[in-house]
Design a protein around this ligand. Structure first.
Ligand code: NAD
Length: 375
């Protein structure tokens, strides 16, 4: 009986979440805003080094907007593993309050204590921020020019298997059950964000990825809703695929350049985007965006690289990943021409500098000087 009561409670909580989503704020119209506050969060490990680089670059790129007061780069302190452990809060309340006063966030990587590393078991800061700021879309571009690949992934960030990840039930030694959640509001807002991107970037083709043949209720709903949203965009070509064959398609050079925009539920997105980032050259090369209604957060896809700090080679960290996140942020704000200037300088650095990240070659400071000289 108790399982049935637990399940009833889970359903109630999810229905409350659905109502909250229905009443959520729309994305701000940046063009109409007098002032845009960008919070910068250093994070842990190599975070402060790559953020110093990125801030210096943005201060030059946005010098006029900063001088006129239209844009403020605001340092948010305290999202460090030391402070989080001292306060025993995943995101300390005062830090969260400061974050919520910003419009956009550029975030360095934050350490999550691992099992058995002797530190208290704190939840990932990102999971908390995604939930607190309702950042429902994880957006990751993957570009491989020599293969003519230009992909962008819209991964659902708050539902699927992750919404109730810690609420599964071990009925007895023989039986365990987990839950998977798909909501209409959660799916439609993601699909719309992906189709809007496709429309605003030359009606790119959109591919919907599910396993709707097996997960009929949740993925079936996800697919139906994405197809319904597609009807609002008749000029855009749409297809749908099962995730297993799409994992194969991505590495099939005969067809992979035919895909552009992908819409995926949370778990498939988690797996497929790492596969795609690896094809591009690894995690050090990629940026990502976490987009919500009121807020959006931009970051590198890699972590805090504590081993680079322990080995004394932190200054060899490559800030390109965080700069690529900043490029996405500039586009999100409607500053496309600034984004292009930065992108061309970061592309140039990838060719002209040697940054293997192992203590050889160019440092983060060389990268900063190079990009400052080319913007
Ligand atoms: P990691 O991504 O931090 O590092 C793996 C390796 O990748 C590094 O040792 C380094 O060799 C290389 N690398 C990463 N970024 C680089 C850069 N900018 N330049 C050059 N080389 C780079 O992975 P990890 O060691 O598994 O994770 C470390 C910590 O980061 C963990 O606590 C993890 O939870 C956290 N993490 C945070 C985020 C985030 O904040 N978004 C994401 C992933 C991992």
């Amino acid at each position: 009986m108790t399982y049935i009561e637990d399940f009833a409670k889970i359903i109630e909580e999810q229905l409350v979440r659905v109502e909250r989503m229905k009443n959520a704020q729309d994305a701000p119209d940046f063009a109409a805003m007098d002032k845009i506050v960008i919070g910068t969060i250093d994070g842990d490990g190599i975070g402060p080094i790559i953020m110093d680089s990125c801030r210096a670059i943005l201060e030059k790129l946005l010098a006029d907007e900063i001088a006129s007061g239209r844009i403020e780069l605001r340092r948010i302190d305290g999202l460090t593993i030391e402070n989080r452990i001292a306060k025993m809060e995943t995101v300390p309340a005062d830090v969260l309050a400061a974050i919520k006063e910003c419009d956009l966030l550029l975030k360095g990587p934050t350490t999550t204590p691992g099992k058995g590393d002797g530190r208290p078991n704190l939840e990932s800061a990102n999971v908390t921020l995604r939930r607190e700021l309702d950042l429902f879309a994880n957006v990751r571009p993957v570009v491989i020019p020599e293969k003519n690949i230009d992909w962008i992934f819209y991964r659902e960030n708050t539902e699927g298997e992750y919404a109730l990840g810690s609420k599964g039930v071990e009925i007895n030694d023989d039986l365990s059950i987990d839950f998977k959640v798909t909501t209409t509001a959660g799916t439609v807002r993601l699909a719309r964000a992906a189709f809007e991107y496709a429309k605003n970037n030359g009606n790119k083709k959109v591919s919907i990825i599910t396993k709707a043949n097996i997960m009929k209720k949740t993925d079936g709903k996800f697919l139906d809703l994405c197809r319904q949203v597609a009807e609002e965009y008749p000029e855009i070509e749409v297809d749908d695929w099962y995730v297993d064959i799409m994992a194969a398609n991505l590495i099939d050079d005969k067809i992979n350049s035919n895909f552009n925009v992908f819409i995926l539920p949370n778990l498939y997105g988690d797996i497929i985007t790492d596969e795609a980032a690896q094809m591009q050259g690894g995690v050090g090369t990629a940026g990502s965006a976490n987009i919500g209604g009121r807020y959006a957060m931009f970051e590198a896809i890699h972590g805090s690289a504590p081993r680079m700090v322990e080995d004394g080679i932190a200054e060899y960290a490559n800030p390109a990943s965080l700069c690529r996140a900043a490029i996405m942020m500039l586009r999100h704000m409607g500053l496309a021409s600034k984004a292009e200037v930065l992108e061309s300088a970061v592309d140039g650095a990838a060719v002209d500098l040697f940054m293997p990240g192992d203590g050889r070659g160019n440092t983060a400071y060389d990268f900063t000087d190079y990009v400052l000289a080319h913007i």
